[in-house]
Design a protein around this ligand. Structure first.
Ligand SMILES: [Zn+2]
Ligand SMILES: [Zn+2]
Length: 236
């Protein structure tokens, strides 16, 4: 396979977006093997027990935001910080539409040890945004998690009827307000609702999106909501 890839590179040279060397593997192209292997989950980073943000002190357990107001979700599991090669890979998937990166990125997320749940749910995109992007990156990651953990995914329980401005374009105050009322739960028979769910997303900034998803899911009758995200911004 490596020989084939080298040959492919001779014809269509592709360089690793992190170190600028030639790409040497199809598995996580365009990233080279060294850069991709540097993407590891570091359990020694002290993170908020609830929202997963990196904490400034080894003696803290929760961030100020979670202490002031407990989120609706129980805990968000974070693979890494939104930085370096991880940030580049997520942006290539999302904005440059390098869709194949969802497989190795999903496998990174699946390398976390997650508690057992009944179902994985992707953070939904509105129809308008789905048409613009062509795919929902959370859905693609969710698919890999579902395969790796042999737990079903259910993309139709949590929906986003109207569009709202992307979180990245808003100020922090607006970002926190923005998702209110943006999501709905569709389940005609409440008895069929799962008890424990994982909401899956690529990046978590303020946590307002996952919190709003958790709020509507709990209100609908789900008992416990967890989050799994590839990357957490270092500060809100
Ligand atoms: Zn590289
Ligand atoms: Zn927190």
């Amino acid at each position: 396979m490596r020989k084939m890839w080298k040959l492919f590179n001779l014809i269509f040279p592709s360089r690793c977006p992190s170190c600028n060397r030639f790409t040497d593997s199809l598995k996580h192209a365009p990233f080279c093997t060294d850069c991709w292997q540097s993407l590891t989950h570091n359990p020694d980073i002290k993170r908020c027990r609830t929202c997963g943000i990196a904490l400034p002190s080894d003696y803290s357990f929760k961030c100020i935001t979670c202490i002031k107001e407990r989120p609706y979700y129980k805990k968000v599991y974070v693979f890494g910080d939104y930085d370096g090669a991880l940030k580049t890979a997520i942006n290539l998937l999302k904005f440059e539409k390098v869709r194949r990166l969802s497989i190795p990125l999903g496998e990174l997320l699946a390398s976390l040890s997650l508690p057992p749940v009944d179902v994985f749910l992707p953070v939904p995109l509105s129809k308008e945004r789905l048409i613009l992007r062509g795919f929902n990156q959370s859905h693609l990651l969710c698919h890999i998690l579902s395969r790796e953990f042999s737990i079903p995914m259910e993309p139709n329980i949590l929906v986003k009827p109207g569009d709202i401005q992307p979180q990245s374009l808003l100020s922090r105050a607006k970002r926190l307000k923005n998702p209110k009322g943006a999501f709905s739960v569709i389940m005609s028979d409440r008895k069929l609702l799962p008890d424990r769910v994982f909401i899956v997303d690529d990046v978590m900034t303020t946590g307002a999106t996952i919190n709003e998803c958790a709020r509507v899911l709990l209100r609908a009758g789900v008992k416990e909501v967890y989050g799994a995200v590839l990357a957490r911004t270092k500060s809100e």
